[in-house]
Write a protein that binds this ligand. Structure first.
Ligand SMILES: *Cc1c(COP(=O)(O)O)cnc(C)c1O
Length: 341
């Protein structure tokens, strides 16, 4: 049983087959191939708008290089204090932006409330040389706590960003899980709510080694293409990344995979929360669970060899995946049930 993260998972067979199918003939390099052209068409259809897609190797590259295009070296980028860009990327955004400042803000369930952003923007002293200048806001959908921003919450942030003249980035490492939960269109969860640029996660939901940046604001395309090259993110055999992206969205594969992991997470959440002494620390909106468990239950799961994350205060983190089966979830619930008095 491995609930450590979704990146311990396999790559989906559909994606591996697509890579193999792209391995027949020579193809143009650096994204000038047919697969890469098809990605822009497929994603423009998916997002119902002309978008430009840049495949990248990691979510960190997607986040940092996207934000580097949105913020000047003296700029401020507003984020939640638990945002992956702030806590888990080794300062990549600060590095690639040439020193922009991440302004970490609080918010319940790891979501940045629009009101908090409004106050932060109001407090920013524009035109004062000693202060970082507001340039961008970034939110994580689904959040690092597994929670999902509702459309109106995203739109409220988008409206503030537009009003303030700053750019709006979304870290969609778990984009598919969030979209499956909201049941809206990709457009409604992004540019229609004001998002300018998106880190589109693939790896955690069945990709092999490819995530992507989806650019809605055409002004960002040119600077981003130069920044990606300088950062070593312009693969010469780009077709193998592009083939993965095509397979990922074809016939809604990405949503099918995400729905499967979300359903397993929901099942574990419901069954465990019904047990005495077990509490959900956060709502289960996607494929991550944060649970407060009595110590003997945590010890029993560990003793059974299950992998999971530990947080302070007896809280554990469980992440479900597209390639996990129901039996694994049932076993986990059973172990906890038997460990409780
Ligand atoms: C996993 C993850 C990323 C990307 O991480 P990489 O290790 O660079 O692929 C970005 N944001 C969030 C919220 C994540 O969970």
């Amino acid at each position: 049983m491995n609930f450590r993260s979704d990146n311990v998972g396999t790559a989906s067979p559909e994606i591996l087959r697509a890579v193999e199918a792209a391995n027949r003939d020579p193809a143009a390099s650096y994204g000038d191939d047919d697969y890469s052209a098809a990605v822009n068409d497929a994603f423009s259809a998916l997002f119902e708008a002309p978008v430009t897609v840049f495949p990248v190797a990691t979510g960190t590259a997607a986040n940092a290089l996207s934000l580097a295009c949105c913020a000047r070296p003296w700029g401020a980028i507003y984020c939640h204090q638990e945002a992956h860009v702030h806590t888990s990327e080794g300062g990549a955004t600060e590095f690639y932006s040439g020193g922009a400042k991440l302004v970490a803000l609080p918010g319940e369930n790891y979501k940045l409330p629009a009101a908090t952003l409004r106050d932060a923007l109001a407090a920013a002293e524009r035109g004062i040389r000693n202060r970082s200048q507001p340039d961008a806001v970034t939110i994580t959908q689904a959040s690092e706590y597994g929670t999902v921003y509702r459309r109106e919450e995203i739109a409220a942030i988008g409206a503030l960003a537009r009003e303030a003249g700053i750019r709006f980035h979304m870290d969609g490492a778990r984009f598919a899980n969030a979209l499956a939960t909201l049941g809206c269109s990709p457009a409604e969860m992004t540019w229609r709510a004001g998002v300018d640029i998106l880190s589109f996660g693939v790896t955690k939901n069945g990709g092999m080694n490819a995530d992507a940046i989806v650019v809605f604001d055409a002004d960002l395309v040119e600077p981003l293409s130069y920044r990606l090259r300088r950062a070593g993110q312009t693969w010469s055999k780009m077709r193998f990344a592009s083939a993965q992206l095509l397979a990922y969205v074809q016939d809604d594969l990405y949503l099918r995979l995400a729905r499967h992991s979300n359903a397993i997470a929901a099942r574990i959440g419901q069954e465990l929360a019904a047990l005495p002494g077990v509490e959900l620390a956060a709502p289960v909106d996607g494929n991550m669970l944060f649970l407060r468990l009595p110590d003997p239950a945590i010890q029993a799961i560990a003793a059974a060899g299950a992998r999971f994350g530990r947080r302070r205060g007896g809280v554990i983190r469980l992440v479900t995946r597209f390639d996990m089966d129901e039996a694994e979830a049932a076993t986990l619930v059973d172990i906890v049930r038997r460990a409780l008095p």
